[in-house]
Every structure is written in structure tokens, then in C-alpha cells.
Write a protein that binds this ligand. Structure first.
Ligand code: FAD
Length: 387
């Protein structure tokens, strides 16, 4: 039985890990270096790769709220590294939920120990928001599958040994024919290349994966067509919620750093914080951030209670990414030139906030979703009122 004391002790360790090696490494990662492989083992040792994995599979079985808090602590230092860890963790969780025992036995130990990484591959060069338009395809052949296609912008693609790859099974029939395969990325026919750009921080390990008639045994189809699309949509609500929390943590970290600086740095005979015009962007950030945090807390509760969190997760991610993208430039400006140093969090978090507004459903698509869900509710209310 997992107790609150276990979760508190775990989060204390995560806080030390974030303030120690993650904080020390982050400035170099934003300048193009990759995190040392030993850091993933260190993360595994304190339980970051097994936090929500069920105890019968060697995990801690912590609550969703604990996972979210761990993500916040890490993202306050480096969003990319946090995303890299949580993506590997989530593939482990997916294996426990859906894979047959021999696949779990083959892949889970490496993921939990931090020896290997994993990724989830949906996006393609020709299809991002419109997931049902993917063209990756697995054709049945001699009781197995042959996978061909290309996935792009995939977190951990540079070093992952395992990917959950979404592809049409047999004939393409929109969302109905999409299934999810657990693909061993070390086998013939798989190639990869990194995507390097100023915004896709190297700690996220983003890259392209190409599959050329890769042979997949039948048991690797862990999310069969029919349920796969729905299952990924439900999973996305949890992802949107922790990404929202991570954005809030980045804005909070920047606000706190700017506040400290504003009390120390003087201009015209007084601390910056004593100038009313200097304080204004900080106050505006604080107010919007409190709103985003409240919406995120609501989504965390709904996801944890296994309730339909579509609306709350979408609202939380919109509010948190908008807040971060709107206020981080102002907070960076409030730091003067000092804010540009890689040792400071501002430019790193600003780039990460832009990435966060794209991953797991873009802000624009989420606005569409909120419109659909709330307008439908209004329609129903009107109908009920009519009745
Ligand atoms: C750093 C990074 C890491 C990522 N990691 C992963 C990963 O691990 N796995 C994975 O599968 N994917 C990953 N992605 C991909 C991400 O999920 C996609 O970028 C996202 O789904 C958007 O797809 P797109 O970039 O192809 O944009 P598009 O879908 O081409 O959209 C382009 C623009 O048009 C807007 N748009 C699209 N359709 C509509 C519409 N109907 N109405 C109004 N506006 C619309 C979008 O909001 C966007 O602004 C990652 C992306 C980045 C940048």
C-alpha cells in the first residue's frame, strides 16, 4: 500500500535531483549538449521512471497528482529533460496495461533502470493535428506485420530502444484502421536522425524515425484498431494536464527568479522592484498564473478520479501555455541583459513554452475542442430549457 509519506519522500528526492544535476546540466543542454546517460540511471534510481508503474511490475504506483508534481519540479529547471523522462515512463505504463507478458519482460526492465529510453510516435511529415490522416502502414504478411512509414518530431527518437508507433493496419480506413505497435527500434529497417533547432532543446532528444518494411510479430500490436484511437485520446488528457502543470512551473520559476533579481538589482537609487512600471509585468504574470494553476488543479483532480477530463485538460493546457507564452517575454525583459544568460531559465523556458503549445494537441486545436464541448453543452441546456 502506497502511503503519503512514500510520495512525500519521493518528491523530496525529485526536488534535490532537479535542483542538483538537472539545474547544473540545463544551461549546456540549451546550447546543444545532450544529457549524460548516467543522469537517466540517476533519475531511475530515485524512481522517476517507475513512479506510476503498478507495484506488481516493479513500480511505485504513485497517484497521478504525484507524477504531475514530479514533472513540475523537473520542468522548473528543464522542460525538455522532464518530457524525455515522462515519455519513457509513459511507454512503460502502456506496456504494463496492454502488452503480453513476454513483451513486458523484454522491454520493461531496461526502461525502469534508465538503461533504455522510449517514445510514442504519432506525428508524420504530412499529418500532425489531423492524426487520422497518417499514412504509416503495417501490412499483414505470414502471420506478422510489415511496417513502413516515417514519424517526425518524436521526443527521445535519438536514443530510444522502443517506440509505440501508430499506423494503419492493412487497408486504410481513417481512425478505425489505426493500431499501436510496440516497435523494437534496434532491428533492421529502422533508421533515425536528430532534429536540431534552437527551440527543440537537445534534452528532449527530438528526431525522425523511418520504418522500411520492418517485421513486427503479431503480439507487438498492443493497441488493436478500433480501440487504439480512443485510447490515445484518453491518454492525451493526462498528457495535456501535466504539460499544463509544467508550463505553470516554468512561469512560476521565471517569476520567482525575476522577483529575486528585482530586489537585488538597483537603478536610479532604488531596487528595480520599487519602480512601479517594472513591477507591472510581474503582477500581471502572477494574476494570470494563479488562474492557470487553478484550472490545472481541476484537471489533475478529474484525471486522477478517472473522470472525463477532455474539457478541463484542454482548458488547463490553453490557459497554461498562453500564460507562459504571453508572460515569459515580459519577465525576460524585466531581467535586462542578465536574463539572456543560459544559466538563467528565461530563454530556455520561453522556447519550451512554444514547444508545449504544439505537443499533445496544439492550442488552436484545443480551442476548437473547448468550443465543441461547451457549445454542445449549451445546446443541450437550451434543449432542456425548451423541454
Ligand atoms: C519539440 C516537439 C516535440 C514533439 N514530440 C512529439 C512526440 O513525441 N510524438 C509525436 O507523435 N509528436 C510529437 N510532436 C509533434 C506535435 O504533436 C505536432 O507538432 C502537433 O500535433 C501539430 O502538428 P504539426 O506540427 O504537423 O502542425 P499542423 O497540424 O500542420 O498545423 C499547423 C498549424 O495549423 C493549425 N491547424 C491545424 N489544423 C487546424 C484547424 N482545423 N483549424 C485551425 N487551425 C489548424 C495548428 O494549430 C498549427 O498552428 C512534437 C512536436 C515538437 C515541436
Amino acid at each position: 500500500m502506497i502511503g503519503q509519506a512514500d510520495e512525500t519522500a519521493f518528491l523530496d528526492q525529485v526536488a534535490d535531483f532537479a535542483a542538483g544535476p538537472v539545474r547544473a546540466g540545463a544551461p549546456t543542454w540549451s546550447m546543444g549538449e545532450s544529457p549524460a546517460p548516467s543522469l537517466f540511471s540517476e533519475a531511475a534510481q530515485i524512481g522517476l521512471l517507475s513512479m506510476s508503474i503498478p507495484p506488481e511490475h516493479g513500480g511505485a504506483g504513485f497517484r497521478f497528482a504525484t507524477l504531475v508534481r514530479a514533472c513540475e519540479l523537473l520542468a522548473a529547471e528543464d522542460f525538455g529533460f522532464a518530457m524525455s523522462l515522462v515519455n519513457t515512463h509513459n511507454v512503460g505504463l502502456r506496456l504494463c496495461r496492454s502488452a503480453p507478458p513476454d513483451l513486458i519482460a523484454r522491454h520493461l526492465p531496461g526502461l525502469l533502470s534508465g538503461e533504455t529510453a522510449a517514445c510514442t510516435a504519432l506525428t508524420e511529415p504530412g499529418a500532425g493535428s489531423d492524426f487520422a490522416a497518417i499514412t504509416a502502414r503495417a501490412e499483414p504478411e505470414d502471420g506478422a506485420w510489415r511496417l513502413s512509414g516515417e514519424k517526425t518530431w518524436i521526443i527521445n527518437a535519438r536514443r530510444a530502444a522502443l517506440a509505440i508507433v501508430f499506423a494503419h493496419c492493412g487497408e486504410m480506413a481513417g481512425a478505425r484502421s489505426i493500431g499501436g505497435f510496440a516497435v523494437d527500434l534496434t532491428q533492421p529497417g529502422v533508421t533515425r536522425r536528430p532534429i536540431d533547432c534552437a527551440f527543440s532543446q537537445t534534452s528532449m532528444g527530438t528526431g525522425v524515425l523511418t520504418f522500411d518494411r520492418v517485421v513486427l510479430p503479431s503480439e507487438t500490436l498492443i493497441l488493436p484498431p478500433g480501440g487504439a484511437f480512443k485510447s490515445i485520446m484518453v491518454e492525451l488528457n493526462a498528457a495535456r494536464t501535466y504539460v499544463a502543470a509544467m508550463c505553470n512551473a516554468m512561469t512560476r520559476a521565471a517569476l520567482s527568479e525575476a522577483t529575486t533579481y528585482g530586489n537585488e538589482r538597483h537603478s536610479f537609487g532604488k531596487p528595480l522592484v520599487a519602480h512601479q512600471a517594472w513591477r507591472m509585468p510581474l503582477i500581471e504574470a502572477e494574476t494570470d498564473l494563479a488562474g492557470a494553476e487553478a484550472l490545472t488543479a481541476q484537471a489533475v483532480m478529474q484525471v486522477e478520479a478517472d473522470e472525463d477530463a477532455q474539457l478541463s485538460a484542454a482548458r488547463a493546457k490553453i490557459a497554461a501555455t498562453d500564460c507562459a507564452r504571453h508572460h515569459l517575454p515580459g519577465l525576460l525583459h524585466a531581467m535586462g541583459a542578465e536574463g539572456l544568460r543560459p544559466e538563467r531559465c528565461f530563454t530556455r523556458h520561453l522556447a519550451a513554452a512554444q514547444v508545449a503549445s504544439l505537443t499533445d494537441g496544439t492550442t488552436t486545436m484545443l480551442r476548437e475542442r473547448v468550443a465543441r464541448l461547451t457549445l454542445a453543452r449549451t445546446d443541450k441546456t437550451t434543449e432542456q430549457t425548451k423541454e
